[in-house]
Design a protein around this ligand. Structure first.
Ligand code: ATP
Length: 775
């Protein structure tokens, strides 16, 4: 038995992939098998380097680490044609960065004098990843030029103290534009952490923050206010195998070195990494911050924030796997805003680890479902009898809604508020609106479990814009009573009521000595959840270690209204962290998308009631600026988008990887017809449908939440496009401000779906929320 660590290695030709995988698999079983020919190379500068026979023409390059251990560990550095492999083997080595303890691949240069070989860093390492951008030519910069790092008050000594290689640090200090620094980081960084950390510094992170982000300082030290000087002891001796093995486990080393666990899941990981052309790096190479959030134990509810594409979902998936592996008896819930998004999570979790046990709510394993599906399961398995009044006490239904029948499983009609409002004609016009009642009911009345007018008269209404006098409150309560009475008569509830009844039922079960149905609850898209749904999620799990983990991005709130968790009794204080690095979009597309959020008097609040700041969000990839195409008519828009799709398909893009995002299902249906007429096969992907190979994907901007496309088009982005409220002119001032945030969030979600190319098309005037310049 031997262990394999995948190190930085170039992508393999199709012909040799299978042989390389078989070779590594055999090493795992028996590294002394004669056919493998694992041998040292005469004249190699690092005596630990070996080559092995993959087939007649190809050799693998490996570093063998054993020390006193019973089994050897082989770090795989790639498969090359014979002569290239020998040359590589002669000069490759793995060293330990003396300043931060990170393991790095280096190319040794033969000593001129008898002194030891000196390491130089191997830039070919950067060619390893499928995801690595092609080296973009340095282009003349259009923006102001200044030494990027110098203007942030950083000097060469700061970079050297962090552990950057001298040559790279000098080159970085000389760079005068962010774009050139992106090129340098992508093509010349000696190690992954150095490429990312230099960009963090350029985008505003301090030296102390970089130490924390890459695990050179622990969170505890940082929280104690300890600036943490580099611990050189911690680095170890690169000549000692056990020290190198320890260094390979450091979070920043694991950005490019990955230990393959023995067993089925590990073998699948190995196969995917070697054989799969579309190998998804997210399954293996986490950013140290992502790893910390996926693996660190938390003493209570935790909140992870981050812009679109920063890997919040990836962290949740890895955390689910980590917790499940730590305790196979644990009952995990992985949930999100709706069923469509939950289906996406399930597929991704399976691709991360097919060996995880899918489970129903309350069983050991991972239960993946939308929040409302979970609510429904709790209510239907409890049964209406158990939810209603008992002989001695009120049931959950009565505690939430006051006295009524326990028939609740059907859904209240969407027009119910309009009907209830009509029964109270004294209500002033600015209150006689469904939007007001939905908000008042969902944000104030339900979470406080108010069932009587006196309670409502005394209720606190934090965060509600509209002030209410006592007499107004009485009128509002009359409407609420009508709403509840007609729903009781029909035996219906809305989804917020259902969620709160389920939460109240679960709390009651605990009071009766029964268990809550989950041990860990992981939530994606938490910014879209209403207070009742958040209270339901809180009620699924007892407060304690690793109980509730919420991932959110306030800028992507396209359904709910801002909610402050502490007002719901969900304590996060001190357990909230942010991700900065966008893995999905190019910097150009990201800048454009962030432009959608920037306007005077526009502020987005997160679930701690803080205004969200976008400074520091960045991508490591460069690409073309988004194209903005203003046309004269809808027909021209159709022609243009058809030509674009055809052009991309002819250039080899899979049609389903082209996402055309529209403002409504109606616009999408018309567009699919127009594309077909122009010879482009397309599919409207609605609700739970999924994209189909061979057909261009058309979907609404809302439905695009959680998706990504190598090529994305925002279609029909006209000034008159109806994205939020149907009739803007009838909105109150507060509602207009709320609607403006919603529209910006929808456009931000849509613009951040593009991986490589983004095109924005409209006719007439563009939507005013769209930035006037490309990214
Ligand atoms: N460590 C990583 N290495 C490579 N790719 C990554 C990594 N982390 C995330 N990604 C990729 O970045 C993209 C965005 O990740 P993910 O969907 O988890 O982000 P998100 O923050 O949940 O985005 P959104 O809020 O827009 O839904 C995905 O393609 C994902 O595979």
């Amino acid at each position: 038995m031997a262990q394999i660590i995948l190190g930085p290695h170039p992508k393999l030709d199709g012909s040799v992939k299978k042989a390389a995988y078989t070779f590594l698999e055999k090493i795992q079983t028996d590294d002394s098998a004669p056919g493998l020919h694992i041998e040292p190379i005469a004249g190699s500068l690092d005596p630990r380097v070996r080559t092995g026979r993959v087939d007649q023409f190809y050799r693998a390059v490996l570093v063998k680490l054993q020390g006193q251990a019973d089994t050897a560990t082989y770090v795989y550095l790639g498969t090359y044609p014979h002569d290239e492999a020998i040359a590589k083997a002669k000069t490759s080595s793995i060293t330990i960065n003396p300043l931060n303890g990170v393991a790095e691949l280096v190319t040794l240069t033969p000593p001129v004098s008898p002194a030891a070989a000196t390491p130089t860093y191997d830039p070919s390492v950067r060619a390893r990843s499928d995801e690595a951008p092609a080296a973009a030519p340095r282009r003349p910069s259009t923006g102001p030029e200044y030494p990027v790092l110098g203007s942030r008050g950083l000097g060469l000594s700061d970079l050297r103290a962090l552990g950057f290689a001298e040559e790279f640090a000098r080159a970085a200090m000389a760079i005068r534009t962010q774009d050139d620094l992106l090129d340098l980081a992508a093509n010349e960084a000696p190690a992954s952490w150095q490429g990312e950390a230099v960009l963090d510094l350029a985008f505003g992170a301090s030296v102390a923050e970089v130490r924390l982000r890459y695990g050179f300082t622990s969170e505890a030290e940082q929280e104690d206010g300890d600036e943490a000087t580099p611990d050189i002891e911690l680095a170890g001796d690169p000549a000692v195998d056990s020290d190198v093995l320890r260094a390979l486990e450091r979070p920043a080393s694991r950005m490019e070195f990955q230990l393959i666990d023995p067993g089925a899941a590990g073998n699948e990981e190995l196969r995917a990494a070697i054989e799969d052309g579309d190998f998804a790096a997210w399954r293996t190479f986490l950013h140290p911050q992502q790893r910390a959030y996926a693996e660190r134990s938390r003493n209570g509810a935790f909140r992870l924030t981050g812009g679109a594409g920063t890997g919040k979902t990836v962290v949740l998936l890895h955390r689910a796997r980590h917790l499940a592996n730590q305790d196979p008896r644990a009952r995990l819930v992985l949930t999100t805003f709706n069923r469509t998004l939950a289906n996406g999570l399930r597929t991704q979790l399976e691709s991360l680890d097919a060996t995880l046990t899918p489970a129903a709510l309350g069983e050991a394993g991972v239960c993946v479902a939308g929040v409302d599906q979970l609510v429904h399961r709790v209510l239907s398995s409890a049964g209406e009898q158990a939810l209603g009044a008992g002989s001695s006490q009120q049931g959950a239904v009565q505690r939430v809604l006051g006295d009524r029948t326990p028939r609740i499983l059907d859904s209240t009609s969407p027009s119910a508020w309009v009907e209830a409002i009509a029964l109270v004609p004294e209500l002033p016009a600015h209150l006689a609106r469904s939007a007001f009642f939905e908000a008042e009911y969902g944000l104030v009345i339900l979470p406080a479990r108010i069932t009587k007018v006196e309670e409502y008269l005394a209720a606190r209404r934090p965060g509600r814009g509209v002030a209410l006098t006592r007499s107004m409150r009485r009128l509002v309560w009359q409407v609420v009573s009508h709403y509840r009475a007609s729903a009781a008569a029909a035996g219906t509830t809305d989804w917020d009521e259902k969620a709160l009844i389920a939460a109240t039922f679960l709390d009651g079960e605990v009071a009766n000595g029964r268990q809550r149905p989950a041990d860990h609850v992981l939530v994606d898209e938490a910014q879209d959840l209403t207070p009742s749904r958040l209270l339901f999620l809180r009620a699924l799990v007892s407060p304690g270690r690793n109980d509730l983990f919420l991932a959110e991005d306030a800028h992507q709130r396209i359904y709910g209204r801002p909610v402050v968790l502490s007002r719901l009794g969900i304590a996060i204080r001190g357990r909230s962290r942010r991700l900065w690095l966008n893995y999905r979009t190019t910097l150009q597309n990201l800048r454009y998308a962030l432009g959608v959020l920037e306007a005077e008097d526009v502020a987005f609040e997160d679930t701690e009631g803080e205004v969200v700041d976008t400074s520091g969000y960045r991508s490591s990839r460069r690409g073309p600026s988004p194209r903005r195409l203003g046309l004269r008519s809808l027909a021209e828009e159709y022609d243009t988008v058809s030509d674009l799709a055809r052009e991309w398909i002819e250039a080899g893009v899979e049609p389903a990887d082209i996402g055309i995002l529209c403002v409504s299902t109606y616009a999408g249906t018309k567009l699919v017809g127009a594309l077909q007429e122009r010879g482009v096969a397309a599919k409207l992907v609605d609700r739970d449908a999924v994209p189909s190979t061979g057909l261009v994907t058309v979907m609404t901007m809302h439905r695009a939440k959680g998706m990504e496309f190598p090529r994305a088009v925002l279609f029909g982005a006209n000034a008159a496009a109806t994205i939020g409220a149907k009739d803007h002119s009838t909105l109150t001032e507060d509602e207009r401000a709320e609607n403006d945030l919603l529209v910006r969030s929808v456009l931000y979600v849509a613009a951040t779906r593009a991986r490589d190319e983004l095109v924005v098309i409209w006719h007439g005037e563009p939507h005013p929320a769209l930035p006037a310049v490309a990214g």
